[in-house]
Design a protein around this ligand. Structure first.
Ligand code: 4NP
Length: 152
């Protein structure tokens, strides 16, 4: 049961979702493949945005060694859940996902009661404080996803 988090650039939201979910999985003693990727290729090979690194570290997760990569068609087979941050991510994922595997796709906040269909807003062009909100959103999503995986 592996989980792949997906955003546009793989330098802000999806690395933070990966970090928040790793934190929850570690706390629960759940050892599964966890990764993140971008639908775009602009930042391939780069470390996460420095503001994302800072908010993750402040919350106990060092993401400085993460490196951005672009999603591949193989990811749809390798991972059991492919979790986008916003509607555009989901539309892009639906375009490239083999049809019989599309049930693996969801939005992160679909897993949070009362927030189905909501998006994790892109903090890239905004102020530093936006990354605090991103951390809160991906943490809520990560906790909800843990409940989904546990079947409750
Ligand atoms: P992310 O944020 O999708 O959360 O990693 C972005 C990072 C870079 C760009 C857009 C969004 N960009 O256009 O370069």
């Amino acid at each position: 049961m592996g989980v792949l988090f997906v955003c546009l650039g793989n330098i802000c939201r999806s690395p933070l979702a990966e970090a928040a979910f790793r934190k929850e999985a570690d706390a629960a003693g759940l050892d599964i493949p966890i990764d993140s990727a971008g639908t775009g290729n602009w930042h391939v090979g780069e470390a996460p945005d420095i503001r994302a690194q800072a908010v993750a570290l402040a919350n106990g997760v060092d993401i400085s060694s993460y490196r951005a990569r672009q999603i591949t068609t193989d990811d749809f087979r390798r991972f059991d859940m492919i979790v986008g941050m916003d509607e555009n991510n989901l539309l892009n994922l639906r375009d490239i996902c083999p049809a019989k595997l599309s049930s693996k796709l969801s939005l992160l906040l679909d897993h949070v009661p009362g927030r189905k269909g909501h998006f994790v807003a892109d903090p890239y062009y905004g102020p530093d404080e936006g990354f605090l909100r991103t951390w809160e959103e991906v943490t809520a999503g990560a906790r909800g996803l843990m409940r989904t995986l546990r079947g409750n």
